[in-house]
Design a protein around this ligand. Structure first.
Ligand SMILES: [Zn+2]
Length: 236
């Protein structure tokens, strides 16, 4: 099917300071006007039925303008990682300091990263990814063994939309940014993906496997909902 025939996009602007651009997305599937703001890029999208007149869309946006502005302000801003940056590592706040030698060392509330300045960001990222791989591997091994189900490859990604995924072949992907989250949150995601080795869906049966591996996971799930997006605000 030609996708152009089922949806179309158009850019409109809300005047004011700052001016806000809104993507109007017309689609046969839209039954009503629905507004959303992507937390990562701050992109404002209004989905609307094909037949909806532009004037109606515009008056809807003007009515919602205070809400849009309020939510755009609340977005996490991008943080370029450098000396002095505060970031989360295993759920605790660390401040990046420049050090000597070759190793990145977490020390009380400081993360000592070897210089020069120009290498701080990339060295921090290499360190976090390495720690992520070790922690995610150990935790996935633990839960997969508890279920008696082997898994295939473990791959780290930097996906915005999901913290982990498990393919039907049993390969598991994780966002390496999980190493910034508290360890129990990382463990919950591993239990969740391991449970997919048994149930490839999100049925009640699946959730009972998760519950068996990781009882009372609500708090960890909620942590990701509330704080997860902020982990993506760090730019390396
Ligand atoms: Zn899942």
């Amino acid at each position: 099917m030609n996708s152009a025939s089922i949806s179309s996009e158009q850019l409109v602007f809300l005047p004011g300071n700052p001016q806000i651009s809104v993507v109007l997305r017309r689609s046969r599937r839209s039954k009503r006007l629905s507004l959303r703001i992507s937390r990562i890029k701050g992109l404002v999208t209004l989905s609307l039925p094909i037949s909806c007149p532009l004037t109606q869309a515009k008056s809807f946006l003007i009515e919602k303008e205070p809400w849009i502005r309020k939510n755009l302000i609340a977005l996490p801003t991008n943080i370029q990682v450098c000396v002095g940056t505060q970031l989360l590592y295993r759920g605790n706040k660390f401040t990046i300091r420049m050090g000597q030698g070759k190793k990145v060392i977490p020390e009380v509330s400081n993360l000592i990263v070897p210089g020069p300045q120009s290498m701080i960001s990339s060295r921090t990222k290499v360190f976090l990814k390495l720690q992520a791989r070790q922690a995610l591997r150990a935790s996935t091994d633990f839960y997969a063994e508890a279920l008696g189900r082997p898994y295939g490859k473990l791959t780290l990604r930097d996906t915005i939309s999901r913290w982990g995924s498990c393919s039907s072949a049993g390969n598991i992907n994780y966002s390496w940014r999980l190493i910034m989250a508290p360890s129990d949150v990382l463990n919950y995601v591993c239990a969740h993906e391991a449970a997919h080795l048994v149930e490839m869906n999100h049925s009640p049966k699946f959730w009972s496997v998760v519950e068996q591996l990781f009882p009372n996971y609500d708090q960890q799930r909620n942590w990701l909902k509330v704080n997860g997006e902020n982990l993506h605000s760090y730019k390396f």
